[in-house]
Design a protein around this ligand. Structure first.
Ligand SMILES: [Zn+2]
Length: 114
């Protein structure tokens, strides 16, 4: 598998994940709005709010990884994919296999505190 094959595969699954999570979130919002108004002290309200927050967080994460993959495609087209943004060394195939969106080599990633 070439690095761009991996990116294509990873992006496809990220896009699919975003779609699934969006549908999930919409279903939660739908079910919440259909019960709202019946009883505002509905004990299910808290559960729905929790599920909704959880689904929203998962969706955010999936969208963030899709954006990272888009950025990785940008680096491929500029010819900077697999090159560490900090030291300019090669990130290494093994690391890119595990993390196709990595922008730093292992050494630089280890020294970054975020
Ligand atoms: Zn580096």
């Amino acid at each position: 598998m070439t690095p761009s094959d991996r990116l294509v595969a990873a992006r496809e699954s990220a896009v699919a994940r975003v779609a699934v999570l969006r549908a999930e979130l919409a279903a939660i919002i739908d079910s919440a709005s259909s019960t709202t108004g019946d009883d505002e002290h509905d004990p299910e309200g808290a559960t729905i709010a929790f599920e909704r927050a959880q689904a929203a967080a998962l969706l955010d994460a999936a969208e963030a990884s899709r954006r990272e993959l888009d950025a990785a495609f940008g680096r491929v087209s500029r010819g900077t994919y697999g090159v560490c943004v900090d030291c300019g060394a090669s990130i290494g195939d093994e690391r890119l296999e595990a993390r196709p969106t990595a922008v730093r080599c292992v050494a630089c990633a280890g020294s970054v505190r975020r």
